[in-house]
Write a protein that binds this ligand. Structure first.
Ligand SMILES: [Zn+2]
Ligand SMILES: [Zn+2]
Ligand SMILES: [Zn+2]
Length: 125
């Protein structure tokens, strides 16, 4: 995956966009529960989830309108649409953000950046 890296031109942001792209292209099974109690079970690509939620599960409205997460087994409270999508990626699709320089990985991209810039044991000075 990193075979094209050129040491002096490599930037961590390139790695992050590779990771993000891999998340977006990966297929996951949607376990959103329909009102009749049946799980959706459709296979959805990462980048298509927000459209899928809108079209199949009625997650529509303004970015601030509230939605409950109906994912199988989820006990979470309501979210606005953007938070719901982020929640889905973190908690249900299990997107992870590995640190480009050590082996740790993180649920949030921001946390990973903070780690990389401040706390990473292999941080380059
Ligand atoms: Zn679904
Ligand atoms: Zn949930
Ligand atoms: Zn690290």
């Amino acid at each position: 995956m990193y075979s094209t890296r050129v040491n002096d031109k490599w930037s961590a942001e390139d790695d992050v966009s590779l990771i993000e792209n891999a998340h977006l292209e990966r297929y996951s099974t949607c376990l959103w529960i329909f009102p009749n109690g049946m799980p959706c079970n459709e296979t959805v690509r990462g980048r298509d989830f927000s459209g899928h939620l809108r079209d199949r599960h009625g997650v529509v409205g303004t970015p601030s309108s509230q939605h409950r997460c109906c994912w199988n087994g989820c006990q979470e409270r309501e979210f606005n649409r953007d938070c719901l999508i982020r929640h889905l990626r973190e908690q249900h699709l299990l997107w992870r953000w590995p640190c480009p320089t050590c082996d740790q990985d993180f649920t949030r991209k921001n946390t990973m950046f903070e780690h990389r810039d401040k706390n990473c044991p292999r941080r380059m000075a």
